[in-house]
Ligand binder design. Structure first.
Ligand code: GLC
Length: 735
C-alpha cells in the first residue's frame, strides 16, 4: 500500500512540474525525430489516440498537458476558407477572414509555369500561416479521366507529368511557411458521381503510369507533409484506410513520413482505420457520412472504438505510436517549427493572383480581332452572364469569402470608359444563386425576362456595336463545375450555343471568352473571330482577362486538358467505365478503368480521333519558331535540345513541349507522352536553346508482372512542339 501511495505521489509531482524549455520536444533546434520520440515518451495512451481524430470540424487534438498545440486544417487549394463554428460548415461570420482568392488550380496548370506555381504556393502559404492554419487541404491533382468530373477546376489536367511538375513547387511554396500541404485526393478519385460508394478498379500498369505519378512527385520531390485519402474505394477497400495505397505504396515504396488525413467522413471502418495507414480521421460524423450520436467526435472510428481495440489487443500500440509520431511530426514541422508569420490580403498577393490568372488564359483562335480595339466613341457589346457573375463563391469546399472579386464587366469599364461605350446584355440566365455556406456575393442575379427576350435584346443591341465580346461558359452550380456532382455533357448549358450562333450571324466582329474549369464543346468555333479559354481566376479574374484582351499581357497559356469536339469521342464508352455499375455480391458500385493508360491526348492521338483543340495548345499575339531538334546520349539517358525563336513583333512566351514515342514496344503504348516542357519568354527576334533530360524512367512503361519500370531496348522518337498536335521537329534514338 505504502509503495503504491509513494508511486502515486511521484507521478502527481512529475505531472505538475512545469515544462522546462530544455525539454527536447519543445526545442525547434533539436532534430525532428528526437523531438517526436521525446514527446511520444511522455504521452498516455489516451493522449496518443486523441491525436488521431477530429475534435471539431477543422481541428484535431494536440496534447494540452504538454503544451503541444492542436492542428488546424483549412480548405482549400485556391485560398483560405472563412472561419467556421466548432462543428458547422457555414462560415462563422468573422470580419477579419476575407482572403485573397487565387485562381483555380486548372488555371495555374494552364500557365505551364513552374515559377508561378512556386509563387502561388508561397502566397497561399503566407495566407494560411497568417490565419494560423497548419494544414492546407490542397492542392488537388486527380487526373482528368473524364471531362465531366465536377472538380476538374480544382485539379491540374489530364497529364501526370504536367501535374507532377507543377504540384512540386506549389507544395514547396506552401511548406516554406511552416504550413503542411495536404495533397488530395489519394487516389483514383476521378469523378463526383457516387464518390463515396464507388470502387475504382484499375490495373497496376495504368495506376502506376497515370494515377500515381503526380502524387509520387508530390511526396518524393515536393516533400509533401500530408496526403488526403479519398472518398472512393480502390479494389473495393476504402481509400482512407486502403492497405495497398497507404501502407504498401505511399508509406512503403515511396517512404512517406508525413500524415494521412481522411477526407471528411471518408473513414468507414473501425478495424481498417486502426490497421491500414490512416493517421487522422477528419469528418462530420462517425461511420463515414451518416449521422451519429451527439458528441460524435468521441465516437469516431479512431476514438472510442480505437481505444477499445488497443485495450483488448485487437490493435497494436506500435501502430498507434506510428500514427501519433506522424501527427507529432506534422505539429513540429508547422506550429511548433521555426517561426513564420505569413501575410494576408497583401497587394503582393493580389498582384500574384492577377499574374497567374492572366498567364493561364489560353488564346484558342485569333484572326486578328485581338488585341481588342474599339474605335474612339465606338460601342463594345458585352454579352453573357459570366461577364457579370462572381465566381469565387460556390463550387463546394473550395468556396471562398474574398475581400473583393473583379468581374470582367467592371474591368472592361475601367479599360474603355471615356473611349468607347461598354454595353452589357445578359443573353441568358444561368445560375442565380449568390451565396454558399452563408458566404454571399451581394449581387442580384434575378431576371424577369424570358430566354427569348434575353436573346432578342442581345441581338438588338448588336445592331450598332463595333464588336461583340461574348463572355459565357459554366459556373460553380450543381451539375456544372461543382464538388459533389458531375456534368451530364460537355455541351454549353442554358442555350448558349444558339445564342452564340445568333450573335455570330449578325456578321459583327465577335470574340468568345469561355469561362469554365473544364472542357466544353465549341461547335461555333469556325463562326467567330477569336476564342479565349478563361478560368475561375479568383479575386483579380476580371483584370487578368482584360489584361489579355487588350494586349497588356500577351497570352501564353496552354490547355492542360484536351478540348474534345464531343463527349462521345472520349475513351469512356461504357457504364462499366463511367460512372460505374452494380455487380452481384458487391456492396459498392464498381467502375473499371478499361481504357487503361489511354486517357486525354493519349487516347485522342493514339486513336486518331480529331479534337477541337489539343492538349498543350495555346496561341500568342506573336509567333514562334522551334527548330534544330537534336538528341545525344547523356549518362544512361539522353539530352534533347531545340531552338525557339520569337518571330513576331511583340514580346511573348512559348511553352516548348517534349513528347516521347516508343516506336518498338512489347506492350501497347500511347503514340506520345509528355516528358518535358520549358516556358521561354522572348523579345521579338530573340531565340534561345532549350534542353530536356530523358532518364530511363522517362522512357519506361510500368510492367505489372515484374512490378518495375521497364525501358525496352529499341527505337524511340523525341517529338518537340508547341502542343501535343503541333510537332515542329523530331529525332529518333536507340536505347
Ligand atoms: C470535402 C472535400 C475535400 C475537402 C474536405 C473538407 O468533402 O472532398 O476536398 O478538403 O471535404 O472540406
Amino acid at each position: 500500500m505504502k509503495l503504491r501511495l509513494t508511486l502515486a505521489i511521484a507521478i502527481a509531482v512529475a505531472a505538475c512540474c512545469p515544462k522546462t524549455k530544455t525539454d527536447v520536444y519543445l526545442d525547434p533546434s533539436k532534430p525532428l525525430e528526437e523531438r517526436v520520440q521525446d514527446a511520444l515518451s511522455r504521452m498516455t495512451l489516451e493522449e496518443k489516440v486523441a491525436l488521431t481524430h477530429a475534435q471539431s470540424k477543422f481541428s484535431s487534438a494536440g496534447v494540452p498537458r504538454l503544451g503541444i498545440p492542436e492542428l488546424w486544417h483549412t480548405d482549400g487549394p485556391h485560398g483560405i476558407r472563412p472561419e467556421v463554428l466548432w462543428d458547422e460548415w457555414d462560415q462563422a461570420g468573422w470580419t477579419n477572414d476575407s482572403c485573397t482568392a487565387f485562381p483555380a488550380l486548372v488555371n495555374l496548370a494552364a500557365t505551364w509555369d513552374r515559377e508561378l506555381s512556386r509563387l502561388y504556393g508561397d502566397c497561399i502559404g503566407e495566407e494560411a500561416r497568417y490565419r494560423e492554419k497548419d494544414i492546407l487541404l490542397g492542392p488537388g491533382i486527380n487526373m482528368g479521366r473524364t471531362p465531366l468530373n465536377g472538380r476538374t477546376f480544382e485539379y491540374m489536367g489530364e497529364d501526370p507529368y504536367l501535374a507532377g511538375q507543377l504540384v512540386v513547387p506549389y507544395i514547396q511554396g506552401v511548406q516554406s511557411n511552416g504550413v503542411a500541404a495536404c495533397v488530395k485526393h489519394f487516389a483514383m478519385n476521378n469523378q463526383e458521381v457516387r464518390r463515396t460508394a464507388t470502387s475504382s478498379n484499375v490495373d497496376d500498369r495504368t495506376m502506376y503510369e497515370i494515377y500515381l505519378p503526380a502524387f509520387e512527385a508530390a511526396v518524393k520531390e515536393g516533400g509533401a507533409w500530408a496526403i488526403m485519402g479519398s472518398y472512393n474505394l480502390y479494389n473495393n477497400q476504402f481509400n482512407c484506410h486502403n492497405k495497398r495505397l497507404l501502407c504498401d505504396i505511399l508509406k512503403g515504396e515511396w517512404g512517406f513520413d508525413g500524415v494521412v488525413v481522411s477526407d471528411w467522413g471518408g473513414c468507414r471502418d473501425d478495424d481498417e482505420a486502426a490497421a491500414y495507414g490512416l493517421d487522422i480521421e477528419m469528418g462530420t460524423w462517425t461511420n463515414g457520412l451518416r449521422g451519429a450520436a451527439s458528441d460524435s467526435y468521441a465516437n469516431y472510428h479512431l476514438a472510442r472504438p480505437y481505444l477499445e481495440r488497443l485495450r483488448d489487443g485487437r490493435a497494436s500500440v506500435e501502430g498507434l505510436d506510428d500514427k501519433a509520431s506522424r501527427v507529432l511530426r506534422t505539429i513540429f514541422r508547422t506550429s511548433m517549427g521555426e517561426q513564420h508569420f505569413g501575410s494576408f490580403n497583401s497587394p503582393e498577393h493580389y498582384a500574384a493572383a492577377r499574374k497567374i490568372a492572366a498567364e493561364g488564359l489560353v488564346l484558342l483562335k485569333n484572326d486578328g480581332a485581338l488585341p481588342l480595339q474599339i474605335p474612339q466613341g465606338g460601342k463594345l457589346l458585352v454579352v453573357g452572364e459570366n461577364a457579370y457573375k462572381m465566381m469565387v463563391v460556390g463550387g463546394g469546399s473550395s468556396n471562398l469569402k474574398t475581400k473583393y472579386e473583379i468581374i470582367p464587366l467592371d474591368a472592361l469599364h475601367e479599360a474603355f470608359d471615356g473611349k468607347a461605350s461598354v454595353v452589357w446584355e445578359r443573353g441568358y440566365v444561368g445560375d442565380t444563386t449568390t451565396d454558399y455556406n452563408k458566404v454571399v456575393t451581394g449581387q442580384d442575379l434575378s431576371e424577369s425576362r424570358s430566354a427569348q427576350q434575353l436573346l432578342a435584346d442581345a441581338i438588338a443591341a448588336a445592331s450598332n456595336a463595333d464588336c461583340i465580346l461574348y463572355i459565357g461558359g459554366l459556373n460553380k452550380s450543381s451539375g456544372q463545375d461543382n464538388e459533389g456532382t458531375d456534368r451530364a455533357d460537355i455541351v454549353l448549358p442554358y442555350g448558349q450555343d444558339e445564342l452564340i450562333e445568333a450573335l455570330a450571324a449578325t456578321g459583327k466582329k465577335m470574340i468568345v471568352v469561355n469561362i469554365s474549369g473544364s472542357p466544353v464543346a465549341m461547335p461555333w468555333a469556325s463562326k467567330v473571330n477569336a476564342i479565349v479559354q478563361g478560368w475561375y481566376g479568383g479575386s483579380e479574374s476580371g483584370h487578368a482577362l482584360v489584361d489579355v484582351l487588350t494586349g497588356a499581357v500577351n497570352p501564353s497559356g496552354k490547355l492542360p486538358f484536351t478540348m474534345p469536339i464531343a463527349l462521345a469521342d472520349g475513351p469512356l464508352k461504357t457504364e462499366r467505365q463511367y460512372p460505374g455499375i452494380r455487380e452481384e455480391g458487391k456492396q459498392w458500385w464498381q467502375e473499371y478503368y478499361d481504357e487503361g493508360v489511354f486517357i486525354g491526348y493519349r487516347w485522342y492521338s493514339s486513336k486518331n480521333v480529331p479534337v477541337q483543340y489539343p492538349f498543350g495548345y495555346g496561341l500568342s499575339y506573336t509567333t514562334f519558331d522551334v527548330s534544330d531538334v537534336s538528341v545525344k546520349r547523356a549518362g544512361d539517358g539522353f539530352k534533347v535540345s531545340a531552338a525557339v525563336k520569337n518571330t513576331g513583333s511583340v514580346p511573348g512566351a512559348e511553352v516548348v513541349q517534349l513528347y516521347v514515342s516508343d516506336v518498338e514496344s512489347s506492350v501497347e503504348r500511347p503514340v506520345k507522352e509528355l516528358k518535358g516542357f520549358e516556358k521561354v519568354f522572348l523579345q521579338p527576334g530573340e531565340s534561345r536553346k532549350v534542353q530536356f533530360t530523358l532518364d530511363r524512367r522517362a522512357l519506361s512503361f510500368f510492367d505489372a508482372d515484374s512490378h518495375a519500370w521497364v525501358a525496352e531496348p529499341g527505337e524511340f522518337r523525341a517529338l518537340v512542339g508547341t502542343s501535343s498536335e503541333d510537332i515542329r521537329g523530331e529525332v529518333s534514338f536507340k536505347l
